[in-house]
Ligand binder design. Structure first.
Ligand code: AMP
Length: 113
């Protein structure tokens, strides 16, 4: 399923993206429908569907995604920002390739909808 997602196609180069960061484990690019002045997605190169399917072996990769999110947040001069991982359709997940939403640049209220 994950291999067929739009993010899988971005990773393979089939579909373009507005890239902001790339390394051997992950890719980060601007969300196509930004919900905040800064709205960037950090995705693993490994095709993981969601947090529901992570394995023990993914521990380091998951930490890496958050460290990359912090690096990008700071590059964008964000001190206060939010990292969101929607997990499952009823939690708002629409693309079933794990991704961290990095959002900031405006007041972020709580709770989200
Ligand atoms: P989620 O609803 O948590 O699964 O988030 C999926 C996100 O991917 C949404 O915020 C979409 O706007 C975003 N998105 C979908 N297609 C693309 C694309 N081709 N390039 C960048 N972002 C996308």
């Amino acid at each position: 399923m994950t291999g067929e997602t739009i993010f899988g196609k971005i990773l393979s180069g089939e579909i373009p993206c507005d890239e902001v960061y790339s390394d051997d484990q992950c890719l980060a690019f601007r969300d196509i429908a930004p919900q905040a002045p800064v709205h960037i997605l950090v995705i693993p190169r490994k095709p993981i569907e969601s947090l529901n399917t992570i394995q023990e072996e993914d521990e380091g990769l998951l930490g890496h995604l958050l460290l990359v999110a912090k690096k990008i947040a700071h590059q964008n001069d964000l001190k206060d920002w939010r990292a969101v991982i929607n997990t499952g359709a009823e939690a708002g997940q629409t693309v079933f390739h794990l991704h961290v939403h990095l959002m900031g640049g405006r007041l972020l209220t709580w709770p989200p909808g």
